[in-house]
Write a protein that binds this ligand. Sequence first.
Ligand SMILES: C[S@@+](CC[C@H](N)C(=O)[O-])C[C@H]1O[C@@H](n2cnc3c(N)ncnc32)[C@H](O)[C@@H]1O
Length: 259
Amino acid sequence: MEARTCDGSAGDVDYGSVGGGYAAYRQPDPRIAARILAALGTARTVVNVGAGAGSYEATSLDVTAVEPSASMRAQRPAHLPAAVDGVAEQLPFPDGSFDAAMTTFSVHQWSDAAAGLREMRRVARGPVVVLTCDPALVRDFWLYAYAPEVLDTEARRYPEIAELTAALGGRASVETVPIPLDCSDGFNEAYYGRPERLLDPGARQACSAWSFTDDATRARFGAGLRRDLADGSWDARYGALRQQPTLEGSLVLLRAVPD
Ligand SMILES: C[S@@+](CC[C@H](N)C(=O)[O-])C[C@H]1O[C@@H](n2cnc3c(N)ncnc32)[C@H](O)[C@@H]1O
């Protein structure tokens, strides 16, 4: 298992260094939240693993949050329960403790995704729901023309969907999650029709793949995108996205139930 940092971060990112502004840029999007709630079905008790600042935790459910980073736990709003300090790979709960389990934008950071998912399967009696990105699709996005390093990093970090379904066992379904044009959760693809937003260093810092890039890469990205926005070449190539209501990109929702 990956060593934990002094902030407690257990994955491939130190949220003690880069997580400070996360909640300001990564507000849960209500349309994505509705899909997650539907996938949880009739569950009442739910464990949310890699819970961060609490995105996508429905207040109508009895949610137990697990989050290793102190910086992320500190960003949880007052109306949500405090998170348990723990890691996916070793969940501190007996078998079958919850109706369901969920994890959003987290599994790609775990040191052992399969082990973490087996733990989720162990502690949940019903559905395990995973919001993640399909690594086969992450490069199909205009950002690849400006910062290929970032999406190459994402393609390497996100586990194959088949690997996730194999670890969960049972019956699994995978659906593409349409990303709304005004998506309030600022992951990279959320800005598909609002490219100027990615010029904000805070927005980039809230997407962990950028923390794997160096200053020169970020400067080259900023200069290239700024130039193409100013001379109209971004709009000539991708401008239709500014009006496109949703993007079917790499975001997927995986749901597995026991046999
Ligand atoms: C991008 S954030 C997502 C947070 C939240 N789920 C959301 O959707 O906004 C990824 C989270 O996964 C957590 N994480 C990383 N490695 C983990 C592990 N091994 N077990 C549990 N959580 C982990 C991080 O600390 C971080 O809070």
